[in-house]
Design a protein around this ligand. Structure first.
Ligand SMILES: [Zn+2]
Length: 284
């Protein structure tokens, strides 16, 4: 359940613990940066409050814990940069790989080597499955999921036990794999309703979710970060997308305009811009 931004800002203003207030003020400027350096600072603050774990370790841990999840949507290289930041801080997370992306192929040499490097650093590899593709291609869902799990495990040399659905918010049908106890599905109630869920989708945080994480210290958290959205130096969303798509061949750049338009018209992005102004005005 989401607490209104205004209420949380009021709580922070009234907070008697000056150290906590200082911590929150210190981290707020990093919410807007989306650089690997900002990411490192955010992780450092979170690591003071939570055990940061991949899905595979969540049930084994006790005390305040945060699952760190990454969906690799289109670009593998930024995932490696992110994995290195985490390794430097002694943190492991789960990287979910899509087998039906139009923009990368885990069996292709460069992507394969990059994903292998991430896996060898000790990060968990999960399957980012696109159940709408299964339907469009007339493939039986459960059998296809099992084949994808085995294929990904075969490629990267580890059993794949964690799964996350691609594009859940824009698909109207229910997830057929949401209650599979033998696997860990990121959208199972255990990791969503029973845990505080925070995501950076479209580079647009729900700032109340982030502030809640720092202020109220909920015991169980799932934090979803899309490595594709983070860069070495600060740049706007359009610039970042242009840079990413420039690295691809001409044919593969068809999605660039689609992505830019989608982000420009997204209600989520507009809402984030407004709330960021409010948070800056009240806390900085
Ligand atoms: Zn996805």
């Amino acid at each position: 359940m989401r607490v209104p931004l205004d209420k949380l800002l009021g709580e922070i203003e009234q907070e008697k613990n000056n150290e906590l207030k200082a911590e929150i003020r210190r981290i707020v400027p990093h919410f807007a940066g989306f650089t690997f350096r900002d990411y490192e600072q955010i992780l450092k603050e979170l690591a003071r409050k939570y055990a940061i774990v991949p899905f595979r370790d969540y049930r084994k841990s006790s005390g305040p814990r945060l699952i760190l999840r990454h969906d690799i949507e289109a670009f593998v290289e930024p995932a490696l940069q992110m994995a290195k930041v985490e390794q430097k801080l002694g943190i492991s997370s789960t990287y979910f790989v899509l087998l039906s992306s139009r923009l990368y192929n885990p069996s292709e040499k460069t992507s394969f080597e990059t994903l292998t490097e991430i896996s060898r650093m000790g990060h968990e590899i999960g399957l980012h499955y696109d159940v709408s593709m299964y339907a469009e291609c007339g493939r039986p869902p459960r059998e296809t999921l099992d084949i994808e799990l085995r294929l990904l495990g075969h490629l990267l040399g580890n059993e794949v036990r964690a799964i996350s659905r691609h594009n859940p918010s824009i698909q109207s049908f229910p997830d057929p794999f949401v209650h599979m106890r033998e696997l860990m599905n990121a959208y199972d109630v255990e990791f969503t309703e029973d845990a505080h869920y925070v995501s950076d989708s479209c580079r647009a945080w729900y700032l109340e979710d982030l502030l809640y994480l720092l202020l109220r210290n909920p015991g169980k958290v799932q934090l979803l970060i899309h490595p594709d959205s983070w860069t070495a130096t600060r740049c706007g969303s359009d610039q970042m997308l242009a840079m990413r798509f420039r690295q691809l061949g001409k044919e593969d750049r068809r999605d660039e305009t689609l992505w830019k338009d989608e982000w420009k018209t997204s209600e989520r992005v507009a809402r984030y811009g407004k709330s960021l102004e409010v948070v800056r005005k009240r806390l900085l």
